[in-house]
Design a protein around this ligand. Structure first.
Ligand code: BEZ
Ligand code: FE
Length: 263
């Protein structure tokens, strides 16, 4: 490429961002008087991260996804959004009523009945809204990412009824430890930080009369709510678990959340 061609294909936004990244790095290196040995160790660590399966998306999601998600949803209408995270798998099975997320007989985790409604920011109940749900079980396992867990375990899609209400049965997830055996875990350990996210259930909601929403619901009293390794947990997305017994005296937990989709 000639000099003239390089100039012709310059992208002002790309140049501005890369220039700012360069300037920020130079400032940090200068302020902390980073040594050549430290620089070489960082290059080696990044090289290792790049060679580990899915480690770069994990690293970036842990440190940056929450900020990007907040920026993308600044208008603030409806239920707050929350990061999709790296373990979403499209194509989860469409479930039939009564809704039960696919799970094994001995699925780790307390039985949970999750109910709620979906409205538009204009206040109308949204009948037929689609909820695409995914979560870890009570032993921190996501299907497709932990060996031995069946495909689409604790993943499914359901729709709201004529009044915009939904209810599904699942298990209470445990606080989730992000994979900690690779470069991300190595960095978190060196920083003295734990690698846990508070327990959560992921939702992608959609309806033709509203804008889609990707969010997560957390549980009151979770010990990791204030130290989410991803920094994504938000107060407005916390629900409360209550404990009950069904007619056969089987214990279960229950919670609810009313979603509002932006227009
Ligand atoms: C999660 O919600 O599962 C997640 C989000 C960001 C990084 C890792 C995991
Ligand atoms: Fe998650």
């Amino acid at each position: 490429m000639t000099m003239a061609e390089t100039t012709a294909t310059t992208k002002p936004r790309l140049n501005a961002i890369v220039d700012d990244i360069h300037e920020a790095l130079v400032e940090i290196i200068t302020r902390h008087r980073v040594t050549l040995d430290e620089y070489r160790a960082a290059v080696q660590w990044l090289t290792n991260a790049g060679q580990q399966h899915l480690e770069i998306p994990l690293l970036l999601d842990v440190f940056l996804a929450s900020t990007l998600d907040d920026l993308a949803h600044e208008t603030g209408e409806g239920t707050e959004s929350n990061v999709e995270g790296p373990v979403y798998v499209p194509g989860a099975p469409r479930l039939e009523r009564p809704y039960v997320l696919p799970r094994r007989e001995d699925e780790p985790g307390e039985r949970l009945i999750f109910s709620g409604t979906v409205h538009s920011a204009g206040g109308s109940p949204l009948a037929g809204a689609n909820l695409d749900i995914w979560q870890a079980n009570g032993a921190c396992e996501y299907s497709h990412f932990q060996p031995g867990v069946p495909e689409y375990n604790l993943r499914g899609q359901l729709t709201t009824d004529d009044s915009g209400a939904f209810e599904f049965e699942t298990v209470v997830p445990a606080p989730y430890e992000v994979p900690n055996t690779g470069a991300t875990g190595q960095l978190l350990a060196a920083l003295g930080r734990h690698a846990f996210r508070p327990a959560h259930i992921h939702f992608k909601l959609s309806h033709e009369d509203a804008a889609p929403l990707t969010t997560q619901i957390y549980f009151e009293g979770d010990p990791c709510l204030n130290s989410d390794v991803v920094g994504a947990a938000k107060k407005s997305l916390v629900t409360k678990l209550s404990r009950h017994e069904d007619d056969d005296r089987r214990p279960y937990a229950a919670c609810s959340f009313d979603f509002v989709l932006p227009l």
